[in-house]
Design a protein around this ligand. Structure first.
Ligand code: ADP
Length: 549
């Protein structure tokens, strides 16, 4: 028997209409580096998104399914693009401005983007690439920046504000199929070639509802979220869509992502929430330790994208800022887990839960698969690869203009689950603890050593700023850990001292014998530790390694 309920498509258009009317007064504040930030209401953003859609259709000839790329910082115009492009039936393709040029070229050509919206300040990055981007017909420029770098380029150049000027505030938004493509994002390629994930209207809609649930970020129109996570990094973790659903104000840093302006923004604008990868929070912590600022407005901070060292969480606790650890991937939209502890616990009892990756919402099913392909119990000790499925989890990668979507065997199981490549355990009450990425785990004499556990233990040392541990070949054991350590200024500890410190929390056989001090841990385009680079440096003999007896 079928239900008697309506079946209204879940569309980004609906989120736009709702946000610009019901929450019309909520604001997007964009940092400008000048005396005052720029402020624009959701009503204005909605009206301008409507005009942008009109311009893209009438002036640039954008049609359904056309890919419209953005090469932009987090700002009000980028939010307008987020709503205009999917709502008109085209596909928003956010470009990661930190990728090496050859990867950007690969991605734009693979997606066959026709149009690119770009911040003027990023034109020096885009202009030299244009000769290698044959599918790009139009470049739309917004904000400050020298346009002359585009002279001679084989594209039509438009001014964003001129396109919007005098345009109608209404648009006959199409009735789309909710399963249609709305946006796409390429994995940042920490492991292998970037692969395209295509989000549907339905997946974005459902994901936004989850972001807004109290068990996830749970914000309201009384809150302001500081969106540090870039809009090109998995849709800024769904925040722009989620905020339009519930009227959460957004504070956008634009290109001011350095610790000092971030600290100033927080003190002046007093956001109640913020979201970013651990590296950003490490940098901010060093900044406010040197130049104290009031961060106490931040009642909740979401840290994810890489393992958050417990020592970092503790440091923010002391500043009156509550961190919630989260796990996700480009393929999971990204919200997978968040580490809110169960009810009824003391602060001390909450701690072991807070340092896990968190628990799964109802919309994300999880299972652990052992090395032999067997399903493992949730007993808190059986470690296996995490597989997930749900309505905002990818079922394939984009195949490119001519190809079919593809499902590599190492990424999708035969029965349709996403293989995350993350290794961990799940407790009987459903909390996930990741011990490593499958590719980073150190296989020493038939046993596994968690690189993340060693890193967290090292970063708990008061004189250690950052530490990354990678597997290196070892004649006797197959692989052994190499500890690469960034010391704080004035540090006096030596390798023996560090190893002694580790021995308090780490089993003796897991302690690294190979050590090196480095100036900074290499980072990926989204600010994660780039262990590929460290492994390569080691192989090339570029690191000055000391081997302890
Ligand atoms: P890429 O795979 O290219 O780095 P993603 O941004 O999609 O791009 O990264 C997803 C991966 O990041 C996850 O599979 C996981 O390994 C890692 N990750 C994300 N959040 C966490 C976390 N809280 N703890 C540990 N690892 C995390």
């Amino acid at each position: 028997m079928l239900s008697t309920m309506q079946d209204v498509p879940l569309l980004v258009t609906r989120i736009l209409r709702h946000g610009m009317t019901i929450h019309g007064k909520s604001q997007v504040t964009t940092w400008t580096g000048e005396a005052e930030p720029h402020r624009r209401s959701f009503a204005e953003i909605g009206a301008r998104a409507t005009r942008l859609a009109g311009a893209l259709r009438d002036e640039l000839g954008v049609q359904q399914d056309d890919r419209v790329a953005t090469l932009m910082w987090n700002n009000a115009e980028h939010v307008e693009a987020y709503f205009a492009i999917p709502s008109m039936g085209a596909v928003l393709h956010t470009l990661n401005l930190r990728l090496p040029p050859e990867q950007l070229v690969f991605i734009v050509n693979h997606a066959a983007d026709r149009v690119v919206l770009v911040n003027g300040t990023l034109l020096p990055l885009l202009a030299p690439l244009l000769p290698h981007l044959p599918t790009i017909e139009h470049v739309v420029v917004t904000g400050i920046g020298d346009r002359s770098v585009l002279d001679g380029a084989n594209v039509r150049v438009h001014e964003y504000e001129e396109l919007l000027e005098g345009r109608s505030d209404s648009y006959d938004w199409p009735e789309l199929d909710e399963r249609q493509a709305a946006a796409m994002c390429y994995t940042s390629g920490t492991t292998g070639e970037p692969k395209g994930v295509v989000y549907s209207h339905r997946s974005l809609y459902l994901h936004s509802m989850q972001v807004n649930m109290a068990e996830s970020m749970g914000l309201t129109d009384k809150d302001t979220t500081l969106v540090v996570v870039p809009q090109f990094h998995v849709n800024a973790w769904g925040l722009p869509h989620a905020t339009f659903m519930t009227g959460i104000n957004m504070l956008m840093p634009d290109r001011f992502l350095q610790p000092a302006p971030l600290a100033e923004m927080i003190e002046r604008e007093r956001p109640s929430h913020a979201a970013a990868v651990p590296t950003i929070w490490q940098g901010l912590l060093a900044e406010v330790t040197a130049n104290p600022r009031d961060l106490t407005s931040m009642k909740q901070v979401t840290i994810g994208g890489a393992a958050c060292p417990p020592s970092l969480m503790e440091a923010y606790d002391k500043l009156g800022v509550r961190v919630c650890h989260a796990w996700g991937m480009t393929e999971t939209s990204p919200l997978g887990t968040m580490a809110h502890p169960p009810a009824g616990l003391s602060a001390e009892e909450e701690w072991p839960y807070r340092i896990t990756q968190g628990r799964f919402p109802a919309g994300v099913e999880a299972r652990l698969v052992g090395p032999g392909g067997d399903l493992l119990p949730w007993d808190g000790s059986s470690a296996g690869e995490l597989e997930v499925r749900g309505n905002w989890i990818a079922s394939a990668y984009y195949g490119g203009a001519s190809g079919e979507p593809f499902t590599p065997e190492d990424k999708f199981s035969a029965d349709g689950w996403l293989k995350t490549g993350d290794v961990g355990v799940i407790s009987p009450d459903g909390y996930l603890t990741l011990t490593d990425r499958a590719k980073d785990v150190i296989k020493s004499g038939g046993e596994w050593i968690s690189s993340v556990e060693l890193e967290n233990a090292l970063m708990a040392h008061p004189e250690v700023a950052e530490a990354a541990v990678v597997a290196v070949p070892d004649e006797k054991w197959g692989e052994r850990p190499l500890a690469t350590v960034v010391l704080k200024e004035g540090a006096t500890v030596d390798y023996t001292g560090l190893r002694e410190f580790l021995s308090h929390s780490i089993a003796k056989w897991q302690l690294p014998e190979r050590w090196t001090i480095i100036a900074a841990v290499p980072k990926t385009s989204v600010g994660k530790f780039d262990k590929k680079v460290i492994r390569q440096q080691y192989a090339d003999g570029a690191l000055d390694v000391t081997k302890l007896a």
